[in-house]
Write a protein that binds this ligand. Structure first.
Ligand code: ADP
Ligand code: MG
Length: 357
């Protein structure tokens, strides 16, 4: 059953589009991220869902009821949503429990019900033993958990989060990603999460909406986005990749340095003759001596090592198979090759994704 339906939503500021033709269905209980670089329209889209901004075009519906359209907009407080902003603020003069319970008091819940719900949510965010502390006595991560607990305790139908981890240091950010997903799984809230950090989106989300310059590039699961990117932007924004330019020439694909048979690839016909192929650095394997035969459908392409960098847990090589092509390859730390040496790259067409150039 679809809960939130966003249909062809656009928003202009002073005639300049910040969001263009955005459509998305979010099912009940789903965790969806809006992912893209700074300025791509994520916050604007989230604020339209929350009701702080009316769309210039399109509609937003919840369970078949129109929340937003250019002509009418239900106010934020009537939408059953909770939003956590980039610069969340918890009240310094209230204890953890008072901060969390404030929204319940406003809603005039019975005192024992308020106490029960505060205890429940504090247990989930692992703050039970800190309920009488004041914010100044908490770490950054603990304050963030209070903000999350405060948003969740009112049991919103939809939880909206706008880069909630951007003020935390790197270690804490990584830990809180898992916390946010755990919180979601515990309360089964429909969640829309805005971030520019692809790992945050990958770890937390069922579906990711990749945005670029106000428009949706692709909506998919983290797995599909990584393995089947449909645009150059998505291929390079989600993880590292080689975007190899290629020309279709009859039965062959010419990568301007090596060629592969065209019949190894599906779905090339719609893409024209100038193509790009995404090939992840860690999908390529290399050997130092010339391999005998191809067992798993891979093709062996010789190339010269141009550059190498050692990261402890991997090597990154830049390898030139001909022309002025430079292919990035990541290997295990034990795979050591010298600059100038000729190596063989095992390239499997199944690991390559064709994108129209
Ligand atoms: N209130 C506003 N008035 C004018 N321009 C705005 C306003 N809010 C956002 N914008 C512009 O819309 C674009 C998208 O902004 P925003 O949604 O904040 O992006 P993001 O959250 O992805 O960083 C930006 O170019 C920004 O400058
Ligand atoms: Mg933003």
């Amino acid at each position: 059953m679809i809960r939130l339906a966003i249909r062809n939503v656009g928003k202009d500021f002073g005639g300049v589009p910040a969001v263009r033709d955005f459509s998305l269905d979010i099912a009940a209980g789903e965790f969806v991220s809006l992912l893209g670089p700074s300025g791509c329209g994520k916050t604007t889209m989230l604020r339209m869902i929350a009701g702080f901004i009316a769309p210039s075009r399109g509609t937003i519906e919840l369970n078949g009821k129109v929340l937003s359209s250019p002509s009418a907009s239900l106010p934020p407080e009537k939408r059953g949503m909770s939003m956590i902003f980039q610069s969340y603020a918890i009240w310094p003069h209230m204890t953890v429990a008072e901060n969390v319970g404030f929204g319940l008091k406003l809603r005039h819940l019975a005192a024992n019900e308020i106490t029960r719900r505060i205890e429940e949510v504090l247990a989930v965010v692992r703050l039970s033993n800190l309920s009488t502390r004041y914010p100044a006595e908490l770490s950054g991560g603990q304050q963030q958990r209070v903000a999350l607990a405060r948003a969740v305790v009112i049991q919103p139908e939809i939880l909206l989060l706008d880069e909630p981890l951007s003020n935390l240091d790197a270690n804490l950010r990584e830990e809180m990603r898992f916390e946010i997903r755990r919180l979601h799984d515990e309360f089964k809230m429909t969640t829309v999460y805005v971030t520019h950090d692809q790992s945050e989106a990958m770890v937390t989300s069922d579906q990711i909406v990749v945005m670029n310059q106000g428009a949706v590039e692709q909506i998919d699961s983290p797995y599909a986005l990584y393995n089947k990117p449909r645009t150059r932007f998505v291929a390079s924004f989600i993880g590292r990749t080689n975007l190899l330019p290629a020309t279709r020439a009859g039965e062959k694909i010419d990568f301007h340095g090596f060629t592969l048979p065209a019949d190894q690839f599906d779905g090339l016909d719609d893409l024209g003759s100038e193509l790009r192929f995404s090939l992840r650095p860690q999908s390529i394997h290399i050997t130092r001596s010339q391999p005998g035969s191809s067992a798993k459908g891979e093709f062996w392409v010789p190339g010269k090592v141009l550059k190498r960098s050692y990261f402890g847990d991997r090597w990154d090589y830049a390898i030139n198979p001909g022309g002025d092509l430079s292919v990035q390859v990541s290997t295990e730390p034990a795979q050591r090759c010298e600059i100038g040496e000729t190596v063989w790259m095992a390239i499997n067409p199944r690991d390559m994704v064709a994108i129209s150039a």
